[in-house]
Design a protein around this ligand. Sequence first.
Ligand code: ADP
Length: 166
Amino acid sequence: MTAKRTALYPGTFDPITNGHLDIMARGAKLVDELVIGVAINEGKKPLFSVEERVAMAKEELAPVAKATGTLIRVEAFDGLLVHFAESLGAQFILRGLRAVADFEYEYQMVGMNAFLNDDIETIFLMADPHHQAIASKLVKEIARLGGKINDFVPPAVEKALLAKFE
Ligand code: ADP
């Protein structure tokens, strides 16, 4: 029997967007279990608390889990990504790639993580072109300025964002 394939999809998810969900759905097709790791990341001064970010991710993953048959769960984490991946027994780290700007940072992360644990492979996926430009940071900015965000986030997240900026 082959070992269960587990991937960790880490991020700040402040909040979860259609871009994240696109990567999640693609990643879920590759593994038996997908763990969405919500980084507490207080240093980034998230708009949503970690509890809110976890709750939103949990709500949105259900249809993806149903469609793919993959076990998907959400966990908050703090500290080193590689240590968290090890604690889960994950063989893979899943990341999304958007533009060239993501590449430089991701390139460094892979290089450094390889020093810490070279057995964990990072898998990069690209979202559908419609979702590629979506970034939590810009969605928050648009919501703050009163723009339409329904193309970028699921309805429950849109509601939560509008409530934050009311
Ligand atoms: P982080 O703080 O780790 O960058 P994010 O929540 O911004 O956390 O992103 C988590 C992961 O999802 C990253 O790998 C990021 O590149 C990816 N991602 C976010 N939005 C998109 C998108 N629109 N298309 C593809 N990947 C994306």
